[in-house]
Design a protein around this ligand. Sequence first.
Ligand SMILES: *[C@@H]1O[C@H](CO)[C@@H](O)[C@H](O)[C@H]1NC(C)=O
Length: 302
Amino acid sequence: MHLLVTSLVSQISAAPACKAKPGQSDEILIIGGWNCERSVAKFNTKKIQWSNMPDTNIARRWPSAVNYNQQILLMGGRQGSTYYNSVEMLDLNDENPKWDSNLPSMGEERCLFASVLLDGLVYCAGGYNGTGSLSSCESYNPEEKKWSSIRNMNIKRSSHSLVSARGLLYALGGGVSNCATNTAECYDPRNGKWEYIPPMKTCRYGLTAVVLNNEIYAIGGYDGSKYLSSVEKYNLDTKTWIDVPSMNHLRSGGSACVVDGLIWVFGGYGAKTVEFYDPATNKWQVSTNMDSERNFPCVLSI
Ligand SMILES: *[C@@H]1O[C@H](CO)[C@@H](O)[C@H](O)[C@H]1NC(C)=O
């Protein structure tokens, strides 16, 4: 029985005739999560409707994903004591998309890592490989289908977040063996250097982060003793962190993306709910439930 076949799953909405650029449709893809690793759902933020998407080929716990021109690249993760460097891809431009495992693998096995797109390249940073947490980073050129390693971060990070803004990468929080850090650092591909930026106010392991209106939002996580609903944001001009109202629910291992100027956040440890933040009202609002608890899902606007 497919995990998503529940009363919460409404009928599949008609596919748009012409594929929008990522983030231009009203839809979000939610991949995996604890105990439903292969399951993929699509959420329509306007209709508040769920639909099923094809299961991934491999059950990947704690993978990371990016959306490259509507090609969903799902990387790494683990299953039991096997750590993956393999990659699979779902091309949403296809009429009947199927996960394709015929892609080059990352240089390193990683779970609990973070990935993001910047100027046509996929960047992956840190994670955990079964032996230790990682500071190593690599980039993937989807046109050349080639991985290259880049400079290590200043510290080892797993369960951190990675975002891109104004031509730079930002690695936020995470930690080593569940020891949460508030440090953040920034990578400039032009000089290949990682440099610290001011630390977050709160240590956050298992946070999620997004960029909206020139600000980086650091959302939830675990501070070393408790799960967090708190949120803070970093202004790229003033280079300072300030508090944002807290979410309605505690979320460590939640995952967020931006659609139409709103931040949507899904799941996390013990959290079945979906909520969104509107910068205009400066408020979080619970939208609906997911089909099941999803801890560390991958969430992408499509
Ligand atoms: C895992 O990462 C550590 C560094 O933290 C490295 O020494 C080790 O070789 C890696 N193991 C594998 C299997 O890649």
